[in-house]
Write a protein that binds this ligand. Sequence first.
Ligand SMILES: C[S@@+](CC[C@H](N)C(=O)[O-])C[C@H]1O[C@@H](n2cnc3c(N)ncnc32)[C@H](O)[C@@H]1O
Length: 173
Amino acid sequence: MHKDPHGLTVHSDAGTELEVQDFLYAMVCLLRPRLVVETGCFDGRTTLRLVHAAELVGYTRVLTCDTDPARVLETCQRLSGNAPVWDVRNCRGIDLPELRQADFVFCDSDYAARVEEMLAVKPGAIIVVHDTSISYNHEIPPLAGWVEAHGGIALQTWRGFGILKVPAGGWQS
Ligand SMILES: C[S@@+](CC[C@H](N)C(=O)[O-])C[C@H]1O[C@@H](n2cnc3c(N)ncnc32)[C@H](O)[C@@H]1O
């Protein structure tokens, strides 16, 4: 583990900072959503924290996905032994039907896929989107501008993260 330039703790460049994982854990404990969806599980460390929060709430389910079968397997192995409140699928986030039903979404898949995923989330749901300060695709600007243009707040860490609530009438309202 090492510290990023903002002082947050990271296992790897692709994995979410421990402090952001703590924030997601707290959000699920506070908001008590019925269905949590993560897009892009990677090594499953964040998914595990979401599952721990779901176990505390008692009725929350956690669904995650990845396009890389090795990441799906790794995440399943990491989650095994926890309460059966979770599921891991080998697919793109946008292809998860449950993305459209989730009450809380952690949007963290391929950088180019994230806007389409967020636009699919239902009215009233909360979205946390990662990496709003740094783009991982040279053709796409950092997502902070998109988040703020859609009524959310983009918080400044090294990688950044944004918080949005989908408007009651959907994104067009
Ligand atoms: C930044 S990592 C995810 C980190 C993880 N959420 C965490 O908190 O540590 C992005 C992951 O998304 C996966 N991925 C790429 N394109 C995807 C897509 N369209 N849908 C879902 N996952 C995708 C990659 O294989 C990679 O494991």
